[in-house]
Design a protein around this ligand. Structure first.
Ligand code: C2O
Ligand code: CU
Length: 477
């Protein structure tokens, strides 16, 4: 995959092709603590022309990292440091967020909250050592509905030091686009309907930037598939015809392996799957999405080669990942409990909310493009007083109350959480997540240990919702 190339000069490193991973045994500049090697990438955010749909459709005008969507796969080993030089080739401000990676606050990529935005033509250097192995992703968090929606995202893979044995380890980045007849992005990112309802849902689904691609497979092989939902608002429910994937991680954190007939991924959620290719040479199987039942479509196709099976019976090797090193929340009378009221949207009951310190009525909110509120506040850019402040080490319990007619996917920055209950019931299995999907009117309780100091965002990952008010900050001191 990637080759160690000590001896590259810094200049060469910076000039390296964006997609070429460059491992440099550079000493860590300035900062103390880790002695792990540094893996350095250059990400240039800029307009690019990319073919999403097969001819006769022309290429689409997108915004990309490194000229492609998803952007370059950032792959490193657990224990290595990641350094990314972001170059802003857009005509507007930008910044990159490392979704799910428990980075130090100043590396979180939130303009005005954790860093100054990166001006057009300028650079920003991110550097951190991911504390967890797993599947994560990166995306623009500035003007996110537009920037992420036009293609600015990619996947980060932090490989375990001792990964389960598989024949191939692949990434599937799912995305959803609203394209016109010429395969160009419909520029209605300001649609009030999208803001106030289910978010910007498109008409074209891609996997690794292509509609309905074929995955060539060989009978008998074992594949680890890292699936990422990079869409603005679309929820996926994948079914693998003729195959039975085993889930080994969710949102980058290991779970006790389990199987389910379908895999539901809300925006920003990830799952690591292990799939034994149990078909016969020459067979083909569809992977379909059935979430919006009236309109199932083919996401991909598994295409078996004519080669004889790699092995006759499935690999007999363990697939469970080592348990997680996250601090376990303790729910007792010392934990800090907060009701997080989510309100607004079409058919909602929101009548007034604070914006930027001042209370406004519904019509003023709507004129201002604010349709949602968290705890009575419609998030305004990233500058909001924290809705909760926790001393470091304290267990935080958030009772997420979805008092709206729409689904939401709530994401916490800097922390992964346990799901304590959904609809008042304990979940079937213990999971860590960084993004949780709430159905309309659903309540979900989550808990985490506030162990990462700083001001962090909590927001809906249906990006039009976040942009239209469903975002808040919490503080860890
Ligand atoms: Cu995917 Cu606020 O992030
Ligand atoms: Cu939402």
């Amino acid at each position: 995959m990637s080759t160690g190339r000590p001896g590259l000069t810094r200049r060469r490193l910076l000039q390296g092709a964006a997609a070429a991973p460059l491992l440099a045994a550079l000493p860590r500049a300035g900062l103390a603590a880790s002695d792990g090697p540094i893996r350095e990438y250059r990400l240039r955010a800029a307009p690019a022309s990319v073919r999403l749909a097969a001819p006769p459709f022309p290429p689409s005008a997108l915004w990309c990292y490194g000229g492609a969507t998803p952007g370059p796969e950032l792959r490193l080993r657990h224990g290595e440091r990641l350094r990314v030089v972001l170059e802003n080739g857009l005509d507007e401000l930008t910044a990159v967020h490392w979704h799910g990676v428990r980075v130090p606050n100043e590396m979180d990529g939130i303009s005005f909250l954790t860093q100054p935005p990166v001006e057009p033509g300028q650079q920003f250097v991110y550097e951190f050592e991911p504390p967890d192995a797993g599947t994560f992703w990166y995306h623009s968090h500035e003007n996110a509905p537009v920037q992420q929606g036009r293609g600015l995202h990619g996947v980060i893979v932090v490989e375990e030091r001792d990964p389960p044995r598989v024949d191939r380890d692949l990434v599937w980045s799912l995305d959803d686009w609203r394209l016109d007849r010429d395969a160009q992005i419909v520029d209605d990112f300001d649609s009030a309907l999208d803001y106030s309802r289910a978010g910007r849902i498109g008409n074209t689904v891609t996997l690794n930037g292509r509609t309905s691609p074929e995955l060539p497979v060989r009978a008998g092989e074992r594949i680890r598939l890292r699936v990422v939902n990079s869409a603005n608002a679309r929820i996926f429910q994948l079914r693998f015809q003729g195959h039975q994937p085993t889930v080994i991680a969710l949102d980058g954190q290991p779970v006790e392996p389990f199987q389910e007939p379908s895999l539901t991924l809300a925006p920003a959620q990830r799952a690591d799957l292990v799939i034994d290719m149990s078909g016969r040479p020459g067979e083909r199987f569809a992977v379909i999405d059935t979430f919006y039942g009236q309109n199932p479509f083919r996401v991909a196709e598994l295409a078996y080669s004519e080669e004889p099976p790699l092995r006759e019976s499935p690999l007999d090797a363990p697939i469970a990942l080592a348990p997680v090193a996250l601090p376990e929340p303790v729910l007792d009378d010392r934990s800090l409990t907060k009701e997080v009221l989510l309100e607004g949207g079409d058919l909602g009951r929101l009548r007034k909310a604070y914006v930027d310190g001042r209370q406004r009525g519904l019509s003023e909110l709507i004129l201002d493009g604010k349709f949602w509120a968290v705890c009575g506040v419609a998030g305004f850019r990233q500058v909001m007083p924290p809705f909760i402040t926790a001393e470091r080490g304290r267990t935080v319990v958030l009772r997420l109350l979805n008092r709206t007619a729409w689904p939401h996917t709530i994401h916490t920055h800097g922390h992964s959480f346990r799901i304590v209950s959904r609809h008042g019931r304990e979940p079937d299995r213990a999971v860590w997540r960084d993004t949780v999907w709430l159905e309309p009117e659903e309540d979900t309780v989550v808990a985490f240990v506030a162990d990462n100091p700083g001001d962090w965002l909590l927001h809906c990952h249906m990006l039009s919702h976040a942009y239209a008010g469903m975002q808040a900050t919490f503080r860890v001191t």
